[in-house]
Design a protein around this ligand. Sequence first.
Ligand SMILES: [Zn+2]
Length: 286
Amino acid sequence: MSRRVPYVLGLGCWIAFWSLSLAPACPAWSAEGGLTLSGKPQQGGILFGKVPAGSRVLFEGQPVRVANTGQFVIGFGRSEPARTELTVHYPSGASERRTLRIEQRKYDVQRIDGLPDRQVTPSAEDLPRIRKEAALIRESRRRDDPRTDFLGHFIWPVEGRVSGVYGSQRVLNGKPKRPHYGVDVAAGTGTPVRAPATGTVSLVHADMYFTGGTVMLDHGHGVSSIFIHLSEIHVAPEQRVERGEIIAEVGATGRATGPHLHWGMNWFERRLDPQLTVQPMGAAVH
Ligand SMILES: [Zn+2]
């Protein structure tokens, strides 16, 4: 028997939660004990939590950073299982275990043809470069900074037609490849790319093999953003950027068939769906 209630939500928030997926903007729902969670537990989604200061939180048995305020965040991958475990050890010595029921999603198949063969099946001589660049991105994803920039709302870094969604199974030149971990927004070369949330620049690379001009932002507690195929980059490593600040320009560098922004988000190694963190394009955000 499901134990999804009791959630305490204001009526407006309840409607937003179910109809518009605006849960991240809503106040926390509460349940028994000292643990409150907000957000929708779904594959690619992000969940915000609060516990009494001094509590320890474990997700799937692994410790999760908890801010001095008691706030923490967890994220769910593309293939996250239907049930996950969250455990809280309170300063009082009491513990609470919560089973999270993760909504399972269906993903599209996306076929892209006409890519240069070298981009689909790299030659042996390209592999050392590809491995080195992948290691830089992985290292950036692993940062666990105590800042809580992720608590501020997120905005679209570029607005335009969404030309690729999170999770799609990619078939490139007829060959099945790894899924698409991000959202693509079609926009012309030179269109400004804005920081979707406040953060610290954790990676700048002018020309990676697959991703071309690449920038990563660290929003704290393992939450990071990545922007790829950029034509120009306007930030430097470890620079602090505010939400809305121009960080780069759209391009078609790396493995891209035309100019667009690919925006990915991560919670450490788990790939998140950026579209779940933002309101629909054009919506007023205060
Ligand atoms: Zn993409």
